[in-house]
Design a protein around this ligand. Structure first.
Ligand code: SF4
Ligand code: SF4
Length: 181
């Protein structure tokens, strides 16, 4: 199978520097609002800060893949004397908690690294975090060509965020009809 260059984007989290200001949640929710910047609702953010004031825990977590069922096994972490709740490090939207679900529709949310046209130099949450908790990096890797399906998925999700699911479905249906005809 043919190899292609793929851009890998990563955000490294230095949780010890996080003070729980939640600027990352605010900017993510407004950047992805429709129309863009028209509203602020941290419940719509694709990053959530897990917090526990008494334990001094502030842990930014990015929304990952959707999990349709609750998992059977859960992990507890003890790091530097801080005990984290079982689901603290999990990136999935799943039935056992309200994180990473669009509040009106209940549809899962996933971080898209602020994909936009023209592209941003860095994701919005990274730009707005004044404590340098989040560090953005890009690198290139050689991958099998079929991995590009992930890019298609992210592209479609961005279109749905921007124009709404119904409009995207109507457009796909119209294009497929014109291809047949
Ligand atoms: S903007 Fe930075 S310091 Fe504030 S909550 Fe988010 S990660 Fe933590
Ligand atoms: S990278 Fe963009 S989409 Fe992902 S959490 Fe940060 S602001 Fe939201």
């Amino acid at each position: 199978m043919a190899k292609i260059k793929k851009k890998i984007k990563t955000i490294t989290i230095d949780a010890d520097k996080c003070n729980g200001c939640r600027a990352c949640e605010i900017i993510c929710s407004t950047f992805h609002a429709t129309p863009q910047y028209s509203s602020i609702n941290p419940a719509r953010a694709r990053i959530q800060v897990i917090s526990h004031r008494l334990k001094n825990i502030w842990l930014p977590v990015f929304a990952g893949e959707h999990a349709p069922a609750e998992c059977m096994g859960r992990d507890k972490y003890l790091i530097d004397g801080k005990e984290y709740e079982e689901c603290s490090f999990c990136r999935a939207s799943c039935p056992s908690r309200d994180f990473f679900k669009e509040p009106d529709s209940g549809l899962p949310l996933k971080c898209d690294m602020c994909e936009s046209d023209p592209p941003l130099t860095k994701p919005k949450c990274v730009e707005k975090c004044l404590n340098n908790v989040l560090t953005y990096e890009e690198r290139e890797e050689e991958v099998e060509e079929e991995v590009r399906l992930e890019d298609v998925e992210i592209g479609v999700e961005s279109m749905i965020d921007k124009y709404g699911l119904q409009q995207v479905m109507d457009t796909v249906s119209r294009i497929s009809m014109s291809k047949k005809g």
